[in-house]
Design a protein around this ligand. Structure first.
Ligand code: GLN
Length: 313
Protein backbone atom coordinates (compact mmCIF):
# COMPACT_ATOMS: atom_id res chain seq x y z
CA UNK A 1 0.00 0.00 0.00
CA UNK A 2 1.39 3.35 -0.98
CA UNK A 3 1.81 5.87 1.79
CA UNK A 4 -0.80 8.59 1.48
CA UNK A 5 0.61 11.81 0.05
CA UNK A 6 1.45 14.78 2.27
CA UNK A 7 -1.67 16.66 1.22
CA UNK A 8 -3.84 13.70 2.16
CA UNK A 9 -2.20 13.39 5.57
CA UNK A 10 -2.78 17.06 6.42
CA UNK A 11 -6.34 16.75 5.12
CA UNK A 12 -7.14 13.71 7.26
CA UNK A 13 -5.64 15.40 10.35
CA UNK A 14 -7.81 18.48 9.73
CA UNK A 15 -10.83 16.27 9.16
CA UNK A 16 -10.34 14.37 12.44
CA UNK A 17 -9.91 17.67 14.29
CA UNK A 18 -13.08 19.15 12.82
CA UNK A 19 -15.12 15.99 13.31
CA UNK A 20 -14.51 15.67 17.07
CA UNK A 21 -13.82 19.19 18.36
CA UNK A 22 -17.43 19.41 19.52
CA UNK A 23 -17.39 16.16 21.54
CA UNK A 24 -17.46 16.89 25.26
CA UNK A 25 -17.91 13.41 26.71
CA UNK A 26 -15.59 12.31 29.52
CA UNK A 27 -14.04 13.97 32.54
CA UNK A 28 -10.71 15.65 33.16
CA UNK A 29 -8.57 13.69 35.66
CA UNK A 30 -9.13 15.15 39.12
CA UNK A 31 -7.09 12.81 41.31
CA UNK A 32 -4.04 14.82 40.31
CA UNK A 33 -5.06 18.43 41.16
CA UNK A 34 -2.70 20.03 38.60
CA UNK A 35 -4.37 18.00 35.82
CA UNK A 36 -7.83 19.16 36.93
CA UNK A 37 -6.72 22.70 35.99
CA UNK A 38 -6.28 21.73 32.31
CA UNK A 39 -8.68 23.40 29.88
CA UNK A 40 -11.00 20.52 28.92
CA UNK A 41 -11.51 22.00 25.46
CA UNK A 42 -7.89 21.77 24.40
CA UNK A 43 -7.65 19.49 21.40
CA UNK A 44 -4.82 18.61 19.05
CA UNK A 45 -4.26 16.01 16.36
CA UNK A 46 -0.84 15.22 14.90
CA UNK A 47 0.88 12.77 12.59
CA UNK A 48 4.66 12.31 12.36
CA UNK A 49 5.93 10.09 9.55
CA UNK A 50 9.05 7.96 9.43
CA UNK A 51 10.40 10.32 6.78
CA UNK A 52 10.25 13.21 9.23
CA UNK A 53 7.14 15.07 8.09
CA UNK A 54 4.84 16.40 10.79
CA UNK A 55 1.18 17.33 10.21
CA UNK A 56 -1.00 18.84 12.91
CA UNK A 57 -4.19 20.69 13.78
CA UNK A 58 -5.50 22.47 16.87
CA UNK A 59 -3.49 23.01 20.07
CA UNK A 60 -0.56 21.00 18.79
CA UNK A 61 2.11 23.26 20.33
CA UNK A 62 0.53 23.27 23.78
CA UNK A 63 2.48 21.38 26.44
CA UNK A 64 0.67 18.77 28.52
CA UNK A 65 1.79 16.11 31.01
CA UNK A 66 2.83 12.91 29.26
CA UNK A 67 1.69 10.73 32.20
CA UNK A 68 1.35 7.07 31.20
CA UNK A 69 2.22 7.74 27.56
CA UNK A 70 5.82 7.70 28.87
CA UNK A 71 5.55 4.03 29.82
CA UNK A 72 6.42 2.47 26.41
CA UNK A 73 9.56 4.60 26.25
CA UNK A 74 10.67 3.53 29.73
CA UNK A 75 10.02 -0.06 28.69
CA UNK A 76 12.22 0.58 25.64
CA UNK A 77 15.08 1.75 27.87
CA UNK A 78 14.74 -1.26 30.16
CA UNK A 79 14.74 -3.56 27.11
CA UNK A 80 17.83 -1.83 25.80
CA UNK A 81 19.63 -2.16 29.14
CA UNK A 82 18.48 -5.61 30.27
CA UNK A 83 16.98 -7.40 27.27
CA UNK A 84 13.58 -9.00 26.56
CA UNK A 85 14.00 -12.10 28.79
CA UNK A 86 14.70 -9.93 31.81
CA UNK A 87 11.56 -7.84 31.23
CA UNK A 88 9.46 -10.98 30.72
CA UNK A 89 10.77 -12.57 33.92
CA UNK A 90 10.80 -9.55 36.21
CA UNK A 91 7.63 -7.74 35.11
CA UNK A 92 5.62 -9.88 32.70
CA UNK A 93 3.65 -9.01 29.58
CA UNK A 94 0.12 -10.26 30.28
CA UNK A 95 -2.80 -7.84 30.02
CA UNK A 96 -4.37 -7.38 33.45
CA UNK A 97 -7.86 -6.39 32.29
CA UNK A 98 -7.84 -4.06 35.29
CA UNK A 99 -7.69 -0.29 35.75
CA UNK A 100 -4.23 1.26 35.40
CA UNK A 101 -3.82 1.87 39.13
CA UNK A 102 -5.12 -1.50 40.37
CA UNK A 103 -3.63 -3.08 43.47
CA UNK A 104 -5.38 -6.44 43.28
CA UNK A 105 -3.11 -7.86 40.59
CA UNK A 106 -0.05 -7.34 42.77
CA UNK A 107 -1.52 -8.98 45.83
CA UNK A 108 -3.86 -11.64 44.46
CA UNK A 109 -2.27 -13.95 43.60
CA UNK A 110 1.15 -12.74 44.75
CA UNK A 111 3.73 -12.62 41.98
CA UNK A 112 1.13 -12.55 39.20
CA UNK A 113 2.59 -11.36 35.90
CA UNK A 114 2.09 -7.64 35.37
CA UNK A 115 2.86 -5.61 32.29
CA UNK A 116 4.85 -2.39 31.84
CA UNK A 117 1.78 -0.36 30.75
CA UNK A 118 -0.08 -0.45 34.09
CA UNK A 119 1.24 1.47 37.09
CA UNK A 120 2.47 -1.59 39.00
CA UNK A 121 4.53 -2.83 36.04
CA UNK A 122 5.69 0.66 35.05
CA UNK A 123 6.81 1.45 38.60
CA UNK A 124 8.68 -1.88 38.61
CA UNK A 125 10.29 -0.95 35.28
CA UNK A 126 11.59 2.34 36.67
CA UNK A 127 13.09 0.52 39.66
CA UNK A 128 14.87 -2.03 37.46
CA UNK A 129 16.72 0.50 35.29
CA UNK A 130 20.43 0.34 35.93
CA UNK A 131 21.33 3.54 37.77
CA UNK A 132 23.33 4.54 40.84
CA UNK A 133 20.96 7.10 42.32
CA UNK A 134 17.56 8.73 41.92
CA UNK A 135 19.25 11.67 40.19
CA UNK A 136 21.02 9.46 37.69
CA UNK A 137 17.90 7.34 37.12
CA UNK A 138 15.92 10.47 36.27
CA UNK A 139 18.61 12.04 34.07
CA UNK A 140 18.86 8.80 32.12
CA UNK A 141 15.11 8.81 31.46
CA UNK A 142 14.86 12.51 30.65
CA UNK A 143 17.66 12.23 28.10
CA UNK A 144 16.14 9.06 26.68
CA UNK A 145 12.70 10.64 26.15
CA UNK A 146 14.35 13.73 24.67
CA UNK A 147 16.24 11.59 22.14
CA UNK A 148 12.90 10.09 21.05
CA UNK A 149 11.38 13.59 20.73
CA UNK A 150 14.46 15.00 18.98
CA UNK A 151 14.58 17.96 21.37
CA UNK A 152 14.98 18.52 25.12
CA UNK A 153 11.86 17.70 27.14
CA UNK A 154 11.31 19.41 30.48
CA UNK A 155 9.61 18.53 33.73
CA UNK A 156 6.33 20.35 34.44
CA UNK A 157 7.11 21.40 38.03
CA UNK A 158 3.52 22.12 39.06
CA UNK A 159 2.41 18.70 37.84
CA UNK A 160 5.34 16.97 39.57
CA UNK A 161 4.52 18.67 42.90
CA UNK A 162 0.87 17.76 42.54
CA UNK A 163 1.55 14.12 41.61
CA UNK A 164 3.98 13.72 44.52
CA UNK A 165 1.76 15.33 47.16
CA UNK A 166 -1.17 13.06 46.34
CA UNK A 167 -0.14 9.75 44.87
CA UNK A 168 -1.45 7.58 47.71
CA UNK A 169 -2.40 4.70 45.43
CA UNK A 170 1.00 4.65 43.76
CA UNK A 171 2.68 4.64 47.17
CA UNK A 172 0.54 1.63 48.07
CA UNK A 173 1.50 -0.01 44.75
CA UNK A 174 5.21 0.57 45.37
CA UNK A 175 5.00 -0.68 48.96
CA UNK A 176 3.22 -3.86 47.89
CA UNK A 177 5.78 -4.43 45.13
CA UNK A 178 8.54 -4.01 47.69
CA UNK A 179 6.77 -6.39 50.07
CA UNK A 180 6.79 -9.04 47.32
CA UNK A 181 10.43 -8.28 46.54
CA UNK A 182 9.83 -7.09 43.00
CA UNK A 183 11.60 -3.72 43.03
CA UNK A 184 15.19 -3.04 42.01
CA UNK A 185 15.41 0.22 44.01
CA UNK A 186 13.76 1.56 47.16
CA UNK A 187 10.07 2.49 46.93
CA UNK A 188 10.95 6.13 47.70
CA UNK A 189 13.59 6.44 44.96
CA UNK A 190 11.41 4.53 42.50
CA UNK A 191 8.34 6.70 43.08
CA UNK A 192 10.29 9.93 42.89
CA UNK A 193 11.54 8.99 39.43
CA UNK A 194 8.21 7.49 38.32
CA UNK A 195 6.43 10.72 39.33
CA UNK A 196 8.97 12.77 37.38
CA UNK A 197 8.51 10.52 34.36
CA UNK A 198 4.73 11.16 34.49
CA UNK A 199 5.29 14.93 34.74
CA UNK A 200 7.36 15.33 31.58
CA UNK A 201 5.80 18.00 29.37
CA UNK A 202 5.19 17.23 25.70
CA UNK A 203 3.25 18.77 22.83
CA UNK A 204 1.15 16.64 20.50
CA UNK A 205 3.82 17.15 17.84
CA UNK A 206 6.63 16.04 20.17
CA UNK A 207 4.70 12.95 21.26
CA UNK A 208 4.08 12.14 17.59
CA UNK A 209 7.82 12.33 16.85
CA UNK A 210 8.51 10.07 19.85
CA UNK A 211 6.05 7.59 18.37
CA UNK A 212 7.50 7.95 14.89
CA UNK A 213 10.90 6.98 16.32
CA UNK A 214 9.33 3.65 17.31
CA UNK A 215 7.53 3.38 13.95
CA UNK A 216 10.80 3.90 12.08
CA UNK A 217 12.62 1.07 13.85
CA UNK A 218 14.29 3.17 16.53
CA UNK A 219 15.85 6.03 14.55
CA UNK A 220 14.52 9.52 15.18
CA UNK A 221 13.13 10.72 11.81
CA UNK A 222 13.97 14.37 12.56
CA UNK A 223 17.48 14.10 13.97
CA UNK A 224 18.54 10.82 12.37
CA UNK A 225 19.83 9.65 15.75
CA UNK A 226 19.61 5.92 16.39
CA UNK A 227 17.90 5.76 19.78
CA UNK A 228 16.72 2.16 20.19
CA UNK A 229 17.93 -1.07 18.55
CA UNK A 230 15.51 -2.11 15.80
CA UNK A 231 15.20 -5.65 17.16
CA UNK A 232 13.56 -4.34 20.37
CA UNK A 233 10.70 -2.47 18.67
CA UNK A 234 8.46 -5.53 18.29
CA UNK A 235 8.44 -6.20 22.05
CA UNK A 236 7.51 -2.59 22.81
CA UNK A 237 4.69 -2.57 20.24
CA UNK A 238 3.33 -5.97 21.33
CA UNK A 239 2.93 -4.75 24.90
CA UNK A 240 1.30 -1.51 23.69
CA UNK A 241 -1.14 -3.51 21.57
CA UNK A 242 -2.18 -5.88 24.35
CA UNK A 243 -2.12 -3.51 27.35
CA UNK A 244 -1.75 0.11 26.22
CA UNK A 245 -5.30 1.10 27.16
CA UNK A 246 -5.63 -1.03 30.33
CA UNK A 247 -9.15 -2.43 30.55
CA UNK A 248 -10.03 -0.89 27.17
CA UNK A 249 -7.11 -2.57 25.38
CA UNK A 250 -9.15 -5.41 23.90
CA UNK A 251 -11.78 -3.03 22.60
CA UNK A 252 -9.08 -0.83 21.09
CA UNK A 253 -7.38 -3.72 19.26
CA UNK A 254 -10.79 -4.98 18.14
CA UNK A 255 -11.87 -1.65 16.68
CA UNK A 256 -8.58 -0.11 15.56
CA UNK A 257 -5.80 -2.67 15.40
CA UNK A 258 -2.86 -0.42 16.23
CA UNK A 259 -0.44 -0.49 19.17
CA UNK A 260 -1.07 2.64 21.21
CA UNK A 261 -0.66 4.24 24.62
CA UNK A 262 -2.63 6.83 26.53
CA UNK A 263 -1.96 9.06 29.52
CA UNK A 264 -4.32 10.78 31.96
CA UNK A 265 -2.87 14.10 30.81
CA UNK A 266 -5.03 13.53 27.70
CA UNK A 267 -2.44 12.28 25.22
CA UNK A 268 -2.85 9.21 23.00
CA UNK A 269 -0.12 7.94 20.67
CA UNK A 270 -0.66 5.12 18.15
CA UNK A 271 2.12 3.51 16.13
CA UNK A 272 1.86 2.38 12.52
CA UNK A 273 5.03 0.28 12.11
CA UNK A 274 7.22 1.42 9.25
CA UNK A 275 4.98 4.38 8.48
CA UNK A 276 3.97 6.90 11.13
CA UNK A 277 2.69 7.75 14.59
CA UNK A 278 -0.71 9.36 15.19
CA UNK A 279 -1.41 11.51 18.25
CA UNK A 280 -4.61 12.87 19.73
CA UNK A 281 -4.58 15.19 22.74
CA UNK A 282 -7.57 16.37 24.73
CA UNK A 283 -7.98 16.28 28.53
CA UNK A 284 -11.45 14.74 28.92
CA UNK A 285 -11.06 11.02 29.68
CA UNK A 286 -13.10 7.85 29.36
CA UNK A 287 -13.73 5.93 32.61
CA UNK A 288 -10.57 3.87 31.87
CA UNK A 289 -8.50 7.08 31.73
CA UNK A 290 -8.12 7.39 27.96
CA UNK A 291 -8.70 10.70 26.12
CA UNK A 292 -12.14 10.57 24.49
CA UNK A 293 -11.40 12.96 21.62
CA UNK A 294 -7.90 11.52 21.35
CA UNK A 295 -9.24 8.01 20.78
CA UNK A 296 -11.85 9.23 18.29
CA UNK A 297 -9.30 11.23 16.30
CA UNK A 298 -6.81 8.37 16.09
CA UNK A 299 -9.57 5.91 15.16
CA UNK A 300 -10.80 8.24 12.45
CA UNK A 301 -7.36 8.56 10.87
CA UNK A 302 -6.69 4.81 11.13
CA UNK A 303 -10.02 4.09 9.43
CA UNK A 304 -9.58 6.67 6.67
CA UNK A 305 -6.02 5.59 5.84
CA UNK A 306 -6.79 1.88 6.35
CA UNK A 307 -4.06 1.40 8.89
CA UNK A 308 -5.50 -1.48 10.95
CA UNK A 309 -2.61 -3.98 11.12
CA UNK A 310 -4.95 -6.97 10.98
CA UNK A 311 -6.67 -5.88 7.82
CA UNK A 312 -6.39 -8.22 4.82
CA UNK A 313 -9.10 -6.78 2.60
N1 GLN B 1 1.07 9.46 36.96
C1 GLN B 1 -0.19 8.83 36.72
C2 GLN B 1 -0.40 7.81 37.80
O1 GLN B 1 0.49 7.05 38.04
C3 GLN B 1 -0.23 8.22 35.36
C4 GLN B 1 -1.44 7.37 35.16
C5 GLN B 1 -1.96 7.39 33.74
O2 GLN B 1 -1.64 8.23 32.93
N2 GLN B 1 -2.84 6.47 33.47
O3 GLN B 1 -1.44 7.74 38.41
Amino acid sequence: LALAGARDLQAVVDEAFTAYRGVDDGEVATYIPALAEADPDHFAVAIATVSGEVFSAGDSNRTFAIMSAAKPFTLALLLQQQGPDFVFEHIGVEPTGLPFNALSNIEDPPLAPLNPMVNAGAITAVSLLQAESAGQRWTLLQNWYSAFAGEPLELMDNVYRSVSEGGYRNRAVADLLQLHDRLGASPAETLEVYNRQSSVGVTAKQLAVMGATLASGGSNPLTGQRVLSPELIDEVLAVMMTSGFYDESGWWAYTTGLPAKSGVGGGVVAIVPGRMAIVGYSPRLSPAGNSVRGLLAVQHIARELRLNLFRTA
